[in-house]
Design a protein around this ligand. Structure first.
Ligand code: FAD
Ligand code: MLT
Ligand code: ZN
Length: 462
């Protein structure tokens, strides 16, 4: 143990598990962005809520910044510790604590992986419906801190909809309990909702009571090939009118190129410029008939060029892999990621402007478009060419993002639909939130975290 402050930490919290090996500092000090060099003071791995409180109180006494850390699958630099912060990992607080069959709620510790939450819900004959490809490694606490979205938002909404109660250790070490599982509670400010999406800047989520719902209906998965971007929203409307959609996701030929190189199986003989993977309720013949009717209508209009429907669970998974495998397939290029949203009704006009801007701005870069188009959420990933330096690449991407942020501002859209602001989007927060709102955010932070020690420098600067 090199830093003498860590002796005082162990004195304040005897038995606390601490990691200080260089490999651990590197592992826990960064997230999926891999843009900042990790440099934390140490990694604290509390095994109880009391230990979390003791660590935060110690941080207050010693003015040490704390970075709450879940699975570090974040894509905005929210869990990065690059300035001597103490990383507080929730990974040991990873258990289900209680299931209430009458309330249909599951109470879990914040470090529980999303997939373990899914499994626990399923064991009780119910589902926790927020879902996305990082399910195996992200934590429910991280999902809450980023208000994670994913592939089922179109049907079930974001994480925000599924939190019935929270226990939080605030910036001063006090344990707070919000909403306590109530469905109806009109008793003043809803601090539970304020914590959701706060990216660790107000305190540390230690427990969550999650709402569960009936298991999903029997579904089928369809892959569609489209001729152009312009028809995307028409296909969406045609499908949404006729079917109960569980997911509606789009991606481009460049995405298919990268996922195929990464092992995904491509089912068509030809390649096409755009694709949609959609999952829909198909419990009976009516569901299947509606899907076929939507497909045929789109073919007649020339909006869809080809299609395939899954004939088995294995084939459904193969089709999903073409979409869900994109992030991993692109990771080796350390892509610059935009994660933007506009209202669905504004999407056609926004798509046209965004495409013109991006197409002109990056003539020589590989740009991969995909996302949750049914929620008005686009992911634009720019891949760094090997012969371009990090600094030059980043400079160019930041320049284009500034222009994109101006377009978003005009469309009243968001610079971060679901990944959070973290460090990556901080320079663009004002394109989505006006100055009065950001001033209020600072006031809220001051109330929860008087010394400004909870994930400082993330979302906005003080
Ligand atoms: P971390 O990365 O560890 O942290 C994220 C933020 O939350 C940080 O600011 C951190 O300080 C804070 N935090 C973590 N735990 C706590 C806590 N207990 N209390 C307070 N603050 C905390 N995101 C989507 O929304 N939709 C997607 O479809 C999606 N797909 C993805 C696919 C892949 C392959 C990958 C790698 C990522 C994807 N993500 C997606 C992004 C990421 O998985 C989510 O943001 C996820 O919610 C982060 O969870 P985490 O536990 O990894 O959080
Ligand atoms: C996704 O939709 O796949 C995720 O948000 C991850 C990403 O944008 O890379
Ligand atoms: Zn996404």
């Amino acid at each position: 143990m090199t830093d003498p402050r860590l002796d005082t930490l162990l004195h304040a919290c005897p038995g606390l598990r601490l990691k200080t090996d260089p490999a651990d500092l590197e592992h826990y000090g960064r997230d999926w962005t891999r843009r900042w060099a990790p440099a934390p003071l140490a990694i604290a791995l509390p095994g109880s809520v009391e230990e979390v409180q003791a660590v935060v109180r110690w941080a207050n006494q010693n003015t040490v910044a704390v970075v709450p850390s879940g699975g570090r699958t974040g894509l905005s630099g929210g869990a990065v510790a690059a300035n001597g912060e103490l990383v507080l990992s929730l990974e040991r607080l990873n258990k289900a604590l209680d299931f209430n069959a009458v309330d249909r709620t599951l109470t879990v510790q914040a470090g529980m992986p999303l997939e373990a939450v899914h499994n626990a819900a399923r064991e009780h004959g119910l589902q926790y419906p927020v879902d996305f490809a990082a399910r195996g490694s992200c934590s429910i606490g991280g999902n809450i801190a980023t208000n994670a979205g994913g592939i089922r938002v179109i049907r079930y909404g974001n994480t925000r909809e599924w939190v019935a109660g929270l226990k939080v250790v605030a910036g001063n070490g006090e344990l707070l309990e919000f909403n306590k599982g109530l469905i109806k509670n009109s008793s003043g400010y809803d601090f539970r909702q304020l914590m959701i999406g706060s990216e660790g800047t107000l305190g540390i989520v230690v427990e969550a009571t999650l709402k569960l719902v009936d298991p999903p209906p029997a579904t089928n998965v369809m892959l569609l090939a489209l001729p152009s971007f312009e028809v995307l929203m028409q296909v969406f409307s045609a499908f949404r009118e006729r079917m109960q959609l569980e997911a509606f996701e789009f991606f481009t030929d460049r995405a298919v190129h990268h996922v195929s190189a990464h092992g995904a199986q491509y089912p068509f003989a030809e390649t096409y410029p755009y694709y949609v993977v959609t999952e829909y309720a198909a419990a009976d013949e009516a569901g299947e008939a509606a899907a076929l009717a939507a497909f045929e209508h789109c073919m007649e209009q020339g909006w869809v060029l080809d299609g395939v429907i899954s004939a088995s669970e294995a084939q459904a998974q193969q089709l999903w892999r073409l979409r869900e495998g994109i992030t991993e397939a692109l990771a080796r290029y350390r892509p610059y990621k935009n994660d933007v949203s506009v209202r669905i009704s504004a999407m056609p006009a926004f798509l046209a402007e965004a495409q013109a801007l991006i197409g002109g701005a990056y003539p020589h870069f590989d740009v991969v478009w995909f996302g949750h188009i049914g929620d008005g959420n686009l992911h634009i990933n720019v891949l760094k060419p090997e012969d371009t330096s990090d600094a030059e690449f980043l400079g160019q991407c930041e320049h284009v993002t500034k222009l994109l942020a101006q377009v978003l501002h005009r469309f009243h859209g968001s610079i971060s639909a679901e990944h959070g602001i973290g460090l990556v989007k901080k320079p663009y927060l004002s394109s989505t939130r006006d100055a009065a709102e950001i001033a209020l955010m600072r006031g809220v932070k001051q109330a929860f975290d008087p010394l400004g020690l909870m994930n400082p420098g993330k979302v906005f600067d003080l």
